[in-house]
Each structure stands twice: as C-alpha cells, then as structure tokens.
Design a protein around this ligand. Structure first.
Ligand code: HEC
Ligand code: HEC
Length: 250
C-alpha cells in the first residue's frame, strides 16, 4: 500500500497505526459487550453468562429452555443468507436492535448505532469462522405478491405444507405436535420443539417476507431445515406463506 508522505512518516514514527481505527472499534465493542451482553452471553462468548436461563416455555406438555447464543460456534438462526452460512451485518444489527421475541434476547434501541455496530464486530472475535468464511450472500426475496393471504393461495399452500411434510414436525393443525416432534435437540444438545403456529408471534419476524425467509434459509443450529432446493417454484413458496399465516390465526 502506498501512503502519502505525511501519513507514511506518522506510521513510521508509530504515532498512528494502520489498524488503529479498527482496534479502537473493537475496544469500544468490548466495552459495550461487557456492559450489555456479558450477563447472558458470557465473557468467553459461550452463552454461559451469569444469567444462564432466560426463557422457559411449555409446548404440548414439554418445558423447553432457550439459552443465550454461544458465539464460539459461529452458528446463527435468523439470517437472510443460505443454510449453513454466516449472517450479514444487517441481519445481526436487526437482531441486536429489535431483540428476539419469546426468547429473552432483549432489544437494544437505547444503544447508539455506532455502539451496536462495534459490539457486532466484537462478537465476531469469538469464532474463527468469521475470518475463514465471511458472511454469506442474502437470498433475493421480493415483496409478497398481492395474492398472499387469499383463499385460493391458502388452499394451494395447504397442499404444499402436506407435500413438503411440514406436519411431521409442526403437526396437521400447526400446533408443533407432529409425529417427529418429540425428542428433538438443537446443535448444543438442548431440547427444542417445533414452532406452535397457534401460540403467538414467531421469533424471526411474522411479515409474509420473513416467513418466506424462515423456510428458505432454515434456522441453523435447530432441526428446522432449509427448503430452498426442495421447493424451486416461487408460487409454491408464497402459497405456503399464505397457509402459515392461516395456521397462525388458530
Ligand atoms: C437477558 C439475556 C440476554 C442479553 C442481555 C443479550 N442477549 Fe443475545 N440472546 C439471548 C438469548 C436467550 C438468545 C437466543 C435466542 C434463540 O435462540 O431463540 C440470544 C441470541 C443472540 C444472537 C443470535 C441470533 C441468531 O440469529 O442466532 C445474537 C447475535 C445476540 N444474541 C447478540 C447479543 C448482543 C450483541 C447483546 C448485547 C448488546 C445481547 N445479545 C444481549 C439473550 C440475551
Ligand atoms: C424436522 C422438523 C421440522 C420440519 C420438517 C419443519 N420444521 Fe419448522 N421448525 C422446526 C423447529 C424445531 C422450529 C423451532 C426453532 C426455534 O425455536 O429456534 C421450527 C420453526 C419454524 C417456524 C418459526 C420460526 C420463528 O421465527 O420462530 C416456521 C415459520 C416454520 N418452522 C415453518 C416450517 C415450514 C413451513 C415447514 C415445511 C416446509 C417446516 N417448518 C418444517 C422444525 C421443523
């Protein structure tokens, strides 16, 4: 790299350093982490902070616990990127800003935007994956077509739900009680249940576009798979969104 003479002189004299800004950003990120995240995510980023368990819920008689994410694994649920890939900074910003409903992960709208960006850079230091792979490319998701939610689309979506066998986990009526729903575990060996559509808001966002995204990307680290390849037709995907929205109405 070629520096202008004054900058080169300052660099040589050690008065400034090429990665100074980045190091400062990380130091800031660490400070934000220690004041706002460490109690749950832990000082090693392994999810074993002082508050180990922040959310318990009962679904179909089974009590499940949601633990704070272990950042050392480099595995994230709510992404715009394909299955198995790292989330984008925008994905992480959304999570940190808005939080995750029904999980105990709080929103941080009171933290300055630059501080939220710094803390995101800091949590990346807990896993080598960020240096090896880098974030994935977001899947292109257009605006939901007007037919989403219509009676015809919902009925076609019922067939897609059947063909894709969503019911083996989520159940015929979407109550999370399908034949394969018992004994499921996440990547950390903790018990997990398929989402009960009749129980309230989804975690990843309940707009048609966000529901589309959930079954396209899958939720990494959980048994919820990606259907990107299994469902190549755009029309089927939006019909399935219609049916999911119907299930959520109970
Ligand atoms: C009160 C506890 C708590 C605090 C404080 C907290 N989190 Fe979380 N966080 C959680 C829980 C619980 C989850 C797991 C949610 C799930 O799996 O559904 C989580 C998940 C996450 C995820 C993973 C999202 C994904 O797509 O997998 C990120 C990123 C995250 N937190 C960042 C942060 C940052 C940054 C801070 C501080 C600014 C923070 N959290 C503060 C409890 C907390
Ligand atoms: C092998 C079991 C399994 C199958 C098959 C399955 N899911 Fe899931 N799904 C899950 C689990 C487990 C969760 C809960 C993940 C969590 O709470 O972190 C989930 C969560 C969801 C959510 C809620 C996500 C959120 O933001 O809270 C939606 C929507 C969903 N699944 C749709 C579908 C659709 C549509 C199909 C079929 C195309 C399907 N799932 C097939 C296991 C499955």
């Amino acid at each position: 790299m070629k520096y202008p003479p004054l900058v080169a002189l300052l660099l040589l004299s050690g008065l400034i350093s090429a990665s100074g800004a980045q190091a400062q950003d990380l130091a800031r990120g660490k400070a934000v982490y220690n004041s706002r995240c460490v109690v749950c995510h832990g000082d090693q980023g392994d999810g074993k902070g002082l508050i180990g368990i922040v959310h318990r819920a009962q679904t179909n008689g089974l009590v499940t616990t949601t633990y704070p994410r272990d950042f050392t694994a480099g595995v994230f649920k709510f992404r715009s990127t394909p299955s198995g890939q790292l989330p984008t900074d925008d994905d992480l910003m959304r999570i940190v800003t808005e939080g995750i409903s029904r999980s105990g992960m709080p929103s941080h709208t009171d933290v300055a935007e630059t501080d939220r960006r710094s803390v995101i850079e800091y949590i990346k230091t807990f896993s080598d994956r960020w240096e090896q792979d880098g974030p994935g490319e977001p899947l292109p998701i257009g605006d939901a077509p007007a037919l989403v939610g219509s009676e015809e689309s919902t009925e076609r979506g019922r067939v897609v739900y059947d063909t894709m066998r969503c019911a083996i986990c989520h159940g015929e009526m979407g109550r999370g009680d399908g034949t394969a729903s018992a004994g499921l575990q996440d990547s950390w060996g903790d018990a997990i249940v398929p989402f009960d559509f009749t129980s309230g808001p989804v975690k990843g966002g309940s707009t048609p576009e966000m529901i589309y995204r959930t079954f396209m990307t899958g939720l990494d680290g959980t048994p919820m798979p990606s259907y990107q390849d299994a469902m190549p037709e755009e029309a089927d995907r939006w019909d399935l969104v219609s049916f999911c929205l119907r299930l959520m109405q109970g």
